[in-house]
Write a protein that binds this ligand. Sequence first.
Ligand SMILES: Cc1cc2nc3c(=O)[nH]c(=O)nc-3n(C[C@H](O)[C@H](O)[C@H](O)COP(=O)(O)O)c2cc1C
Length: 122
Amino acid sequence: MMIVYKSRTGNVASIVSKLNLPNVEIREGLIVDNPYFLITYTDGLGDVPKVVEDFLKDETNQLNLKGVIASGNVNFGLYFCKAADLICENTGVPIIRKIDLRGTKEDIETIKKQYNLEVMSK
Ligand SMILES: Cc1cc2nc3c(=O)[nH]c(=O)nc-3n(C[C@H](O)[C@H](O)[C@H](O)COP(=O)(O)O)c2cc1C
């Protein structure tokens, strides 16, 4: 298990740094051959960032995705963290957490707990 993430302005990177789990940031062409949780920011009006969308088009990457976490801004209202809903709809994986900006201690604890459950389920 590992964390795969994409950050543009540092909020997701901050969340990842608090998790102390193996992680890799998405760049063009990345293939992940291990089960992982995806953490992404939300772009546009509830959109999945293009680079994340492209990453998920790869069959291996889609097969290893076990859960999604999105960071957004609650001021976006109905579109808050909608990237997570879209990924959930398109891949069938559970939404682990929707996080406002850099999140809280509780957000970090929830991700860690779900991550450990996923590790133990193997
Ligand atoms: C152009 C732009 C569009 C955004 N659109 C949304 C949105 O639709 N929904 C949402 O919840 N957050 C939205 N956000 C907020 C970001 O997803 C949020 O600040 C996130 O924490 C950024 O993560 P990062 O710092 O790792 O890039 C948007 C931010 C920007 C700059």
